[in-house]
Design a protein around this ligand. Structure first.
Ligand SMILES: [Zn+2]
Ligand SMILES: [Zn+2]
Length: 108
């Protein structure tokens, strides 16, 4: 079995695993990465609703738990994603209703 083939198989395996790992949740999750993860393979998967609750940015999936600006941001976006989105839509504020209505992963 070639290495490339193995990588392909693993990729498919991970795609199948993309279910939110939050107990009882059946939504499709985004790839979540812990800070020491340099493998490129996600550590966990959580949907937009639960990623923030366990400390991951719901947009990029990087772990931001324990960072005040992230923990208290109701949108569930990390500083990077927040800045990026803000730059794209300057007049929108940190409004949870808005974010729920425009979940970037809603129709993936
Ligand atoms: Zn979930
Ligand atoms: Zn982010």
């Amino acid at each position: 079995m070639s290495l490339r083939y193995k990588a392909k198989r693993r990729e498919r395996y991970y795609r199948k695993l993309r279910r939110c790992q939050y107990k009882g949740c059946t939504s499709e999750g985004i790839a979540c990465f812990l800070p020491e993860n340099y493998s490129g393979q996600p550590d966990e998967f959580y949907c937009g609703e639960h990623a923030h609750a366990v400390g991951y940015c719901r947009c990029c999936g990087q772990f931001w738990g324990g960072i005040c600006s992230f923990d208290f941001r109701r949108s569930g976006f990390c500083d990077h994603c927040h800045d990026q989105v803000m730059a794209n839509s300057a007049e929108l504020d940190d409004n949870a209703e808005y974010w729920e209505a425009t979940d970037p992963h809603a129709n993936v």
